[in-house]
Design a protein around this ligand. Structure first.
Ligand code: PBG
Length: 333
């Protein structure tokens, strides 16, 4: 569409910026609590809320406190929560068997939330990193992250999550063939309505640092994840991954990290027209919080602006640690 406008002073674009009511009226996109998915860290114990040092304002919560958080999210109009377990060293083994233990932390939290606050959609992460002694998302054999054996384990993990009652499965491991294998297993197991939000365009990013700290994986991780996560230099490759995951049965796709990858969000939405989400990751959250705590930026404005930009870029929603704070601000609470 060619830009058509009358010459100045017939056209004065500032007319539409002159007052809040007019600005609201012509806003092209809007941010609402219903756009948000809240990632939460779960830990053992009861009545525990333990701050994550590298993510000011973020807690590791025991299951009972996660249920309280779910109730708060529902009250604020946040539709979904995403669970990440903080797994103790005793559950990190070479065979990663805790990943498909029906009573692992993630599955216990899922059951507790679905029993108490059934209206909240629960999403879980499929990847072996919380359970492996190497901190990698897959099995490591002779220094190599092996694909096909990992996919078999991911299928068991996904099935145990479905049996615990999750609404959305989020494969974040970047192994080849995992979405198709998980989808087939869910169908065979009668879990027809369990949705898959694939971390399709997941980059090998430095912005995951605080997360690895939060789930206790930083000290475990040997090496990097470049043999499975996408090179930040690439965009066409991300589109191929999205197309592949959709062809294998993904219902929704995700771009991760978020803000440095808004170009990918826009291209994914434009080319595929499917439900597209961005993950504003731990490092992005930490940067905004840290600058705000130093008084270098207005934290609330930066939070809302950063989230609203995802909508403008074409995303249907955002996974963000800001979810409750942003929803509270939007509700004027
Ligand atoms: C693990 C996983 C990671 C994140 C979500 N799932 C870390 C990683 O790939 O190393 C990162 C989230 C964040 O940084 O907020 N599969």
């Amino acid at each position: 569409m060619p830009p058509i406008h009358a010459p100045f002073p017939l056209s004065r674009p500032r007319r539409l910026r002159a007052a809040p009511a007019i600005r609201d009226l012509v806003a092209e996109t809007r941010l609402a609590p219903s756009d948000l998915i809240w990632p939460v860290f779960v830990r053992d114990g009861e009545g525990v809320e333990e701050p994550v040092a590298s993510m000011p304002g973020v807690m590791r919560r025991s299951v009972d406190r996660v249920v309280e958080a779910a109730r708060e999210a529902a009250d604020l109009g946040i539709p979904a929560m995403c669970l990440f377990p903080y797994t103790g060293a005793e559950h990190r083994t070479a065979d990663c068997a805790e990943a498909w233990n029906p009573d692992n932390l993630s599955n216990r939290a899922t059951r507790a939330i679905k029993a108490a606050v059934p209206e909240i959609a629960v999403m879980t992460d499929v990847a072996l990193d919380p359970y492996s002694d190497t901190g990698h998302d897959g099995f490591v054999v002779d220094g190599v992250i092996v694909n096909d054996a990992t996919v078999e384990a991911l299928v068991k993990q996904a099935l145990s999550q479905a049996e615990a009652g999750v609404d959305i499965i989020g494969p974040s491991d970047m192994m080849d063939g995992r979405v198709g294998a998980i989808r087939a297993a869910l169908e065979a197991g009668g879990h027809h309505n369990v949705a898959i939000m694939s971390y399709s365009a997941k980059y090998a990013s430095a912005f995951y640092g605080p997360f690895r700290d939060a789930v206790g994986a930083s000290s475990a991780l040997k090496g990097d994840k470049k043999t499975y996560q996408i090179n930040p230099a690439n965009a066409d490759e991300a589109l191929r991954m999205v197309g592949r995951d959709l062809a294998e049965g993904a219902d929704m796709v995700m771009v991760k990290p978020g803000m440095p990858y808004l170009d990918i969000c826009t291209r994914v939405k434009a080319e595929f027209g499917v439900p597209t989400f961005a993950y504003q990751v731990s490092g992005e959250y930490a940067m905004i919080r840290a600058a705000a705590l130093n008084g270098w930026i207005d934290g609330e404005r930066a939070m809302i602006e950063s989230l609203a930009c995802f909508k403008r870029a074409g995303c249907d929603g955002v996974l963000s640690y800001f979810a409750p704070a942003a929803a509270r601000l939007m509700a004027g609470r």
